[in-house]
Write a protein that binds this ligand. Structure first.
Ligand code: CDP
Length: 791
């Protein structure tokens, strides 16, 4: 009788494993209107909360009269800062070791700050009742930029803080100051730029909200919350309210975008929780659009004085960066606390720079808290923008073509792992290959000829490059923590007897497609079809402890934990397979989805057969069941690379600029799902374009927020958004279990400089070296008509 032959190996792509462009499984419910967002949650007896916000940027509170609000029928509670203070909740700690007022007591410190709250039977009564609260303010001088904050006669904004005598939040430095100074002394050319990365807002389409439900009979507090990091919130509530973790359940349902906006703990969350405890009823608070735009965490708002020291041939010898960041009234950045200005010192990681020094100063102003990592790893967006603008100016000042300048200074392929000038260790990359691919695709040389011709006829064409690596995957426990909690992440894989599985992680998707991609990692490791794996995140009662999703850390950290949990499952399944095949474990080989006997490949068991045996036919001495948990502490960050090249044409009559082409080459290591990666890059580039071209949130001299609605603060639609031409290079991360690097924020981080470099390049022959974002037509027109920089 012929020996039966082994079945053909499984096709990983068909299984939905690594590299499969699987359609997003979560979209099935989203596009049918069946998503379960926070606002869809309706609890019996639920009350509604509305918040009274300060109309003034800076004022002493003389009195608050709530009597008229109490008189309105249907009002259940009126809360002020004083009421909170009696319960020790007037102030709360921030993630950056500062304090933030929950409801203002002494002063208001920014327009839109929370002053009082009303809880009522319905949201309309609550809205009416907040307008009945009378607050008497004594105006104080507003402080709307660092210059005013640092002036000798500046009013002290944080007079609540003992020992705080000025408006400086921190003064921090890193790098080799003496070495940098020496290199500057020896340099042939020194290039200097002064830049501002303006305030921007993450603006998720779903604003923030909370439904707090305290059950006095069980003592359990359940909070439905728009949060990207449910376990961090649980930890914060446990510490502040001194409740045991099992009495706190944070549920983050489907989120309509986050982009960093849903990382901080906002005052209204705390008030809603207290209100539910006092009212003994569920209390719901939903933020409106203006509330979201004026009071929740802003991104950026950093000024740079940057210098590059070079040899004549353009080789960079050293860089100096001097930054001043505007943090608003409370230092509420969500960032690994070891570094005061986040990861600003990841700048120049892609370049071979022997010496560097960064001096960073943060200031308080009478603006809403800033520094939120908007689609960014803690100031990395500013770091890479500054770096790429400095590089362009340096190339120009050295009289060297911007592409050649980069080729000369970028880290070479055989220099990895590479120690960056500020001390990080980059893991891998092929920077030259990515840059060359981008230049080839855009026909760099051809464009330069076209540009020169066009200039002769008065047309303004420009080309801008941005090349950067950024640290994704916060982060290893040696260097990163939030409030002392290390930044590992987790996965719990429960494989049922039929080979179907439930996967839970400590991450929290906000539209990134985790339900789709996480199943692909398990499919890759175990050979189970991705469709057989269901993914759950966001409920602290069921998910393993994790630090949440921001800073593109999910794939580098939770993604690694998933692979490790699957490997634990596989190791146990191997023992079961050996038992079923009646051979020793050492004689068992693995191919995707199947164990077989080394000497007899036709004899094997499928992973599904091993799963069934884990519950029905396990070997003596082996625990039944097939589950594993992994907590993953990454050895390093992952360092993806991007080379973006943009061409623009500016209308000399109006200053309006159009993107002609935008070529993006991204290297995020192994791509789990190429379709989702492309979606992430397209979305990121669209946000980069928005910041470069149109988003303007600023403050007038009185501290009024200008840009508090979507008529003034613009989100790009498909109409304005250019087409993106995407390409890839793949350099696996050497330390990530499946070689993947993070990608979610790369395009937002690296994109803006490509646009600005292109516009400035189009105007360089007129003597223009800088146009600050947003490059609105009037700014560009001023630059081109007067031949000046516009800041
Ligand atoms: O932390 P966050 O989910 O925002 O960012 P990420 O880890 O960069 O992942 C964004 C999305 O892209 C997720 O669905 C990832 O699984 C997917 N991704 C991928 O398919 N391949 C990569 N190398 C990186 C991310």
């Amino acid at each position: 009788e012929p020996r039966p032959t082994a079945p053909p190996p499984l096709d990983e792509i068909k299984l939905g494993g690594l590299g499969a462009s699987r359609r997003r499984v979560e979209d099935n419910r989203f596009i049918r209107g069946k998503g379960n967002y926070f606002d869809d949650v309706v609890l019996p007896g639920m009350l509604h909360m509305e918040v009274l916000r300060s109309p003034m940027a800076h004022a002493r509170i003389k009195s608050i009269d709530t009597s008229k609000a109490w008189e309105i029928p249907g009002v259940r509670l009126v809360l002020t800062g004083e009421a909170l203070a009696t319960r020790n909740l007037g102030w709360m700690p921030t993630l950056s070791y500062d304090t933030q007022a929950v409801l203002a007591t002494d002063k208001v410190r920014f327009q839109g700050q929370e002053v009082a709250a009303v809880v009522a039977d319905d949201p309309y009564i609550a809205k009416d009742a907040v307008t009945a609260i009378q607050v008497e303010y004594e105006p104080l001088p507003p402080v709307v930029n660092p210059e005013q904050a640092l002036a000798a006669d500046a009013p002290l904004i944080r007079d609540d803080k003992l020992g705080q005598e000025d408006n400086v939040v921190f003064d921090w430095e890193v790098g080799d100051k003496a070495g940098t100074e020496r290199a500057f002394d020896e340099a042939d050319v020194v290039s200097r730029v002064k830049l501002h990365y303006p305030r921007s807002h993450p603006s998720p389409l779903e604003a923030c909200g909370a439904i707090a439900d305290f059950d006095r009979s069980t003592g359990k507090l359940t909070v439905y919350l728009t949060t990207q990091a449910p376990h961090i919130v649980r930890a914060a509530v446990a510490l502040i309210a001194e409740l045991p973790e099992h009495q706190i359940r944070i549920i983050s349902p489907d989120l309509g975008g986050g982009f960093g906006n849903k990382v901080p703990v906002y005052p209204s969350y705390v008030v809603a929780i207290l209100a539910s405890i006092l009212a003994e009823r569920p209390v719901k608070w939903v933020e409106d659009r203006t509330g979201n735009l004026i009071s929740t965490g802003f991104g950026r708002d950093v000024y740079l004085d940057g210098q590059v020291a070079m040899r004549k041939d353009g080789k960079i010898l050293a860089v100096k960066m001097n930054t001043t960041s505007d943090h608003g009234a409370f230092f509420a950045d969500a960032q690994p606390s070891k570094f005061k200005i986040g990861l600003m010192h990841s700048a120049f990681a892609a370049y071979d720079v022997p010496y560097a020094h960064l001096a960073a100063r943060g200031v308080y102003t009478t603006k809403a808290p800033g520094g939120v990592a908007y689609r960014c790893s803690f100031r990395v967006t500013e770091a890479m923008f500054f770096q790429e603008r400095m590089v362009q100016a340096a190339a120009e000042d050295a009289g060297i073509d911007q592409a050649a300048f980069r080729r000369l200074n970028l880290v070479k392929d055989d220099d990895f792992p590479h120690r960056t000038p500020y001390g990080f260790l980059t893991d891998s990359g092929q920077y030259g290959k990515a840059l060359d691919l981008a230049l080839k695709e855009i026909d760099y040389e051809g464009f330069l000829v076209e540009q020169a011709e066009a200039r002769k006829r008065g047309r303004l064409l420009g080309i801008g490059i941005s090349t950067m690596t950024e640290p994704l995957g916060a982060g290893n426990s040696r260097e990163y923590d939030i409030l002392g909690i290390k930044m590992f992440d987790s996965a719990e894989l429960r494989v049922h007897m039929t080979g179907k599985a439930l996967l839970r992680t400590g991450a929290k998707t906000q539209g990134q497609g985790h339900e789709t991609t996480w199943a692909q990692i398990v499919a890759h490791e175990l050979g189970l079809p991705a469709d057989d794996i269901v993914v759950e995140e966001g409920d602290t009662d069921t998910a393993p402890f994790g630090m949440g999703t921001y800073a593109s850390r999910s794939t580098p950290v939770a993604g690694a934990a998933i692979a490790m949990a699957a490997r634990k499952v596989k190791a146990k399944a191997r023992k079961i397979a050996a038992h079923l095949l009646e051979v020793s474990e050492e004689d068992v080989e693995w191919e995707l989805g199947r164990f077989y006997v080394r000497s007899q490949p036709s004899r094997g068991v499928t992973i599904q057969e091993a799963c069934l045996a884990a519950y029905s036919n396990m070997p003596d001495g082996l625990e039944p069941g097939l589950e594993a948990v992994s907590y993953y502490d990454p050895p390093n960050l992952t360092w993806p690379f991007a080379a973006y090249v943009c061409t623009v044409e500016i209308d000399p009559e109006t200053g309006v600029w159009d993107v002609l082409r935008f070529v993006a080459v991204d290297d995020c290591g192994v791509r789990i799902n190429p379709l989702i990666v492309e979606g992430q890059i397209q979305g990121g580039l669209t946000e980069a374009y928005a910041m470069a071209s149109m988003q303007f949130i600023t403050f007038d001299a009185d501290g009024n927020c200008v840009g508090s609605n979507f008529m003034d603060y613009l989100l790009p639609t498909a109409w304005e958004t250019p087409g993106w031409e995407l390409h890839e290079v793949v350099t696996p991360s050497p330390h990530h279990p499946i070689g993947a690097k993070g990608v979610g924020e790369c395009a937002t981080v690296g994109g803006p400089a490509a646009f600005v470099n292109a516009v400035v390049n189009a105007l360089s022959h007129l003597g223009v070296r800088n146009v600050d974002m947003p490059m609105l037509p009037d700014r560009v027109y001023e630059a081109l008509s007067k031949g000046v920089d516009v800041s």
